[in-house]
Design a protein around this ligand. Sequence first.
Ligand code: RB5
Length: 145
Amino acid sequence: MRVAIGSDHAGLEWKEKVKEILTSFGYEITDFGTKSKDSVDYSDFGLKVAHAVADGDVDYGVNVCGTGNGMAMASNKVNGIRAGLALNAEMSHLTRLHNNANVLILAQRYTPEDELEEILKQFFNTKFEAGRHVQRIKKFMEEEG
Ligand code: RB5
């Protein structure tokens, strides 16, 4: 599995933990930064991850910021991206099962550290359910320019 990861300063710690966990799963990680606690704009890093997924350079992306909102908004602006927020393992499971998410969004301020591993397991081990969800996704994907 090839996974791109990114964060701003407010998501840096969780991004580093995500890198550790995904590496322990044997996944190939591309880390687009940020790499220090200096204040940065989440868009610069989140968009790199989203484009890597949209271009097929990696299979999935994980973007982390403080609340998850900025990273979700930025990621979802890129054509082909379905970025889903997970504040717990069930949200992670459902955003793959129902929304066929290809970018996982984490909120360092609200996603609990002790759930990170289970959140990642759920995201990467859950298959899209398809069925009734196909037309729901098709309807909003058609909004893309
Ligand atoms: C950074 O302070 C914070 O605004 C950012 O990480 C994120 O929460 C934005 O949505």
